[in-house]
Design a protein around this ligand. Structure first.
Ligand SMILES: [Mn+2]
Length: 466
């Protein structure tokens, strides 16, 4: 059995089903995977519905419906098969479409996973596309979405372009379908459709170009010096994709010279990029990288369905909503930061905590917690709770501390993991930043337990520390 056989077997399962539930992840790859599979399934006239989850763990499993449908897990599931087993799912109910490492499990759930076959540079959207195409060749229009998912999952980053099966099959299908244009030797730089060129260059540090990377004024001067027009006659800043091929060549050679002058390699200056000629110019929809960022913004704000609607062609309300989430990202975090400072935290002996309710999405709360810590007493780790929109019985907990506290023995991943397991939850993260889902009814007990564990961690390292 090879990877292709697994794809074929999945197609047989799907086309033999009369009701399907897709359970997918809320990042760009998960949103793209869901969009590809659900469109292919809809075109095959099979009844279906979709659920998005932030992660698959004991307390979020209840979002997976308990019905007779075939459950297709995309971009997740491979590493959580014991959870599916605990939930009592039989082999007949489950199909896993994933590119993450598999977890050993007593039940042998059917899976399409590229990883064991050595396809390391393929994301779940890539596998989903191969399945969609095998369901019906009419689905090659979805190759574009497959590319967005793969690029969103960083499959093109290391190799400066997509490689392997994704390059040979999905990109080629998309080019034949004419909704994707490949530029083989384009500038390896983010923001080519929406950012003024000098900002694109200044914000880019791969490769790091001395005098330009992290140097907004330097980037502007560099373009001026080589005689590149930066603004339209009306004063609007030009973006990379608006420049003529000649101008682009001039800029790339000048950048290469700059790298060589500094004794730096030029191998990462160019990359293969994926452009979408059928999308409106100067929008994030024009290239795979920025499109994926837009989808990630939707997921981060708890609105993956908005990203899905855009992938299905909505250029009205959904696109405007996604752009708002993308553009106002910083403003909303600032707002959250202000809210944390204004409402104030409750201090216990070893931690400080706050509940922000439903005011902010749980995906943002961790970022706000980290920023708030720099404005508060940072000798105590901060713990922030918020409600989970999909499940009113759940609370999301985020914790942050500083490098100095980690040196003193603080391990938030362990603290939050140990504490949440007492209440049936699972914690994850790192020593310096961690999060968990807990039952809403356990909030107070949880906070007290985390405080106690943190006290032990501080105590174990230095009994004198106060
Ligand atoms: Mn993925």
């Amino acid at each position: 059995m090879g990877f292709c056989d697994d794809v074929k077997a999945a197609v047989e399962r799907i086309t033999a089903s009369d009701d399907i539930t897709i359970i997918s992840h809320i990042d760009a790859d998960g949103i793209a995977s869901e969009a590809i599979l659900s469109q292919a399934i809809a075109r095959a006239e099979i009844q279906h519905s979709s659920v998005f989850v932030r992660q698959l763990e004991p307390l979020t499993m209840s979002q997976v419906p308990d019905n007779a449908s075939l459950k297709i897990f995309t971009d997740l599931g491979a590493g959580q098969q014991n959870l599916l087993e605990e939930r009592g799912f039989s082999n007949e109910e489950i199909l896993i479409v994933d590119h993450h490492v598999s977890q050993a499990c007593n039940r042998n759930y059917q899976q399409v996973n590229c990883l064991p076959y050595g396809h390391l540079k393929m994301s779940a959207a890539g596998i989903s596309y191969l399945i969609a195409k095998a369901i019906d060749p009419i689905n090659t229009d979805l190759a574009k979405t497959g590319i967005i998912g793969n690029v969103g999952d960083m499959m093109a980053r290391e190799t400066c372009g997509l490689v392997g099966l994704v390059r040979d099959v999905i990109v080629e299908d998309a080019v034949r379908h004419k909704n994707v244009e490949v530029r083989r030797r384009d500038l390896n730089c983010y923001g080519i459709s929406t950012r003024p060129l000098y900002l694109s260059l200044a914000y880019n540090d791969d490769p790091f170009i001395k005098g330009i990377s992290n140097n907004v004024e330097g980037a502007k001067q560099f373009l001026r010096k080589i005689g590149i027009k930066q603004q339209t006659d009306e004063g609007r800043w030009l973006v990379w994709e608006e420049y003529s091929v000649d101008d682009q060549r001039t800029i790339i050679s000048a950048l290469a010279e700059q790298l060589i002058a500094n004794g730096e390699p030029i191998n990462r200056l160019l990359a293969e990029t994926y452009h979408f000629p059928d999308e409106p110019v100067r929008t994030p929809l024009r290239n795979a990288q920025e499109y994926a960022t837009l989808l990630n913004a939707c997921g981060r704000w708890g609105r993956p369905q908005v990203g899905g609607a855009i992938l299905r062609g909505d250029r009205g309300g959904s696109f405007r909503e996604a752009e708002h989430m993308l553009v106002n990202h910083r403003a909303i975090i600032r707002d959250l930061l202000g809210y944390i400072i204004d409402s104030g935290v409750t201090k216990l002996e070893w931690i400080q905590y706050l509940h922000v309710g439903a005011k902010y999405p749980d995906t943002i709360v961790g970022i706000g917690a980290g920023m708030a810590l720099s404005k508060l007493d940072n000798s105590k780790p901060i713990l922030i709770m918020c409600t989970v929109p999909e499940d009113k019985n759940l609370t999301k907990v985020s914790m942050r501390t500083t490098e100095r506290m980690v040196e003193r023995g603080v391990d938030l991943q362990k603290a939050i993991g140990d504490a949440s397991s007492k209440f049936g939850g699972v914690g994850g993260g790192h020593r310096i930043a961690a999060g968990a889902y807990i039952p809403k009814s356990a909030e107070q007990e949880f906070v007290i337990l985390v405080n106690k564990i943190l006290g032990e961690q501080f105590g174990a390292k230095s009994t004198n520390y106060r």
